[in-house]
Design a protein around this ligand. Structure first.
Ligand code: UD1
Ligand code: CA
Length: 455
């Protein structure tokens, strides 16, 4: 057999996840901005599978849609009734028709698995061992299937907790549930699995005993327990989140970012961070954020779907929403919200501003309190601000509207018409000044008060 066989991946995801107490399938819950299923599929994709089959339950069209988001040609197979892990894998037979190579079985609710581990498991399959099992040493083995070895350390069976003897229950080498098996062997042995066990389910783990009975060997690959944590409850989902965050923070720092207080920074699975980036405490970075080099993200900022070029300063207390594109060396300050807007190189919006559905040219200065009024209650409209524009504080730009290059807008303006380049636009009530009025007013009030006091 040549060294690297083609790989196909089968992801079991038919479980409803009753203990999540949710209206949504368990594998669609998210950690670090990505569904559990997507984490597994991304890890699997790294092993370059030729085919991917996802086993979903009935009424789980959203699971199929999510799978295709990650792997566009994934095959979705429906397991109408949960009858055990072997039965679930059987549902992949059509999708894997004609495939000759190594089939990897993964679980959709075990999101921390790494590509390297998946590869190592696949590579443990060879001529002598058509089946390989991924095991781990459990701190508390309760609930897991135990890996039973013979005297010479060969794997001879997997025993589910409910079927173990008292002695076997002490074994801490546990079954992750992930296996790699040659397609030929899988389809040959799967029909022989019965449901003669405590739960009356068809157990995939029975493949081990059957393989040994065939006179073949079962290979064992091992991984750290943390990689095979499953999610059954919201509390476990929170644990997964925290393990993923630790992983991403570490890799951001390894790649040259300074995190002043790593535990208070939340990243997403797809966050890209350049070199010499400083992230202050209490920053949340949602999905699809790309940060260039020499960027400073100050405390309490919230970013999602944003592209940030080199040399930019964000925050403190800034909010970048999807479609925010911040040009080189731009400054986005406190209480500034940017949505679906391009901010030009060196432009500044330093305080208390909303910029949505807009373009801002290079070097323009957006004064405090400027608002793009982009929504009329029905539709969104565009605000186009040129380069080198000065927008005075507390300006409302009523879209659709264009502001030409190098123009000035006076503070407090409500701009409803286009402003030509190099012009000054003032759109506010004229100031009236009444000399001495305030003095007369105060005297009149004071006199009345005194009169009342005497009466
Ligand atoms: C399984 C293993 C056990 C292992 C443990 C690790 C078997 C028989 N047992 O037990 O040895 O230690 O995982 O977590 O395989 N699923 C389906 N359809 C089904 C049944 C299951 O899609 O009919 C999916 C579930 O959604 C889940 C995965 O397969 O993602 C595992 O099923 P689960 O019932 O949780 O298996 P365990 O009893 O935990
Ligand atoms: Ca389980």
């Amino acid at each position: 057999m040549p060294k690297s066989q083609p790989i196909a991946v089968v992801v079991l995801a038919a479980g409803k996840g009753t203990r999540m107490r949710s209206d949504f399938p368990k594998v669609l819950h998210k950690a670090a901005g990505r569904t559990l299923l997507s984490h597994v599929l991304h890890a699997a994709a790294g092993a370059r599978p030729q085919r991917t089959v996802v086993i979903a339950g009935p009424d789980m069209s959203a699971v199929g849609a999510e799978a295709r988001q990650v792997i566009p040609d994934a095959v979705i197979a429906i397991q109408e009734k949960r009858q055990g892990t072997a039965h679930a894998v059987g549902m992949a037979q059509d999708g894997l028709k004609g495939f000759e190579g190594t089939v990897l079985v993964l679980y959709g609710d075990v999101p921390l698995i790494r590509t390297e581990t998946i590869r190592a498991l696949a590579e443990a399959v060879n001529d002598e061992s058509p089946l390989a099992v991924l095991g781990f040493r459990a701190a508390n083995p309760t609930g897991y299937g135990r890996l039973i070895q013979n005297r010479s350390g060969r794997l001879i069976a997997i025993r589910e907790e409910l079927d173990t003897t008292v002695d076997e229950r002490r074994i801490d080498l546990c079954n992750s549930g992930f296996i790699a098996v040659t397609a030929k062997f899988l389809w040959q042995l799967l029909p022989r699995i019965d449901n003669n066990n405590a739960k009356h389910e068809y157990y995939l783990t029975d493949l081990v005993g059957l393989t040994v009975a065939e006179g073949s060997q079962v290979a064992l690959a091992e991984c750290p327990e943390a990689e095979v944590h499953g999610v059954n409850t919201r509390a476990q989902l929170a644990q997964i989140e925290s393990l993923l965050q630790a992983r991403y923070r570490q890799s951001a720092m390894d790649n040259g970012a300074t995190l002043i207080d790593p535990p208070s920074v939340f990243l997403s699975a797809d966050t890209e961070i350049g070199k010499d980036v400083t992230i202050e405490p209490h920053v949340i970075i949602g999905p699809q954020v790309r940060i260039g080099d020499n960027v400073e993200i100050m405390a309490f900022s919230h970013l999602e779907g944003a592209k940030i070029a080199d040399g930019v300063r964000i925050g403190p207390y800034a909010r970048l929403r999807p479609g925010a594109e911040i040009g080189r060396n731009a400054h986005i300050g406190n209480f500034v919200e940017i949505k679906k807007a391009t901010i030009g190189e060196g432009a500044k919006a330093n305080h208390l501003t909303y910029i949505g559905d807009a373009t801002v040219g290079a070097r323009s200065n957006i004064g405090a309190g400027t608002i793009t009024c982009n929504y009329d209650g029905y539709d969104k409209h565009l605000t186009e601000i040129g380069a080198d524009v000065f927008v005075g504080s507390n300006t409302a730009l009523v879209a659709p509207v264009k502001v030409g290059d190098a123009s000035n807008i006076a503070a407090g303006s409500v701009i409803t018409e286009n402003v030509p380049e190099h012009a000054l636009a003032i759109a506010r009530g004229q100031q009236a000044v009444k000399p001495g009025w305030a003095k007369r007013y105060r005297e009149m009030k004071k006199a009345r008060k005194e009169k009342k006091g005497k009466a």
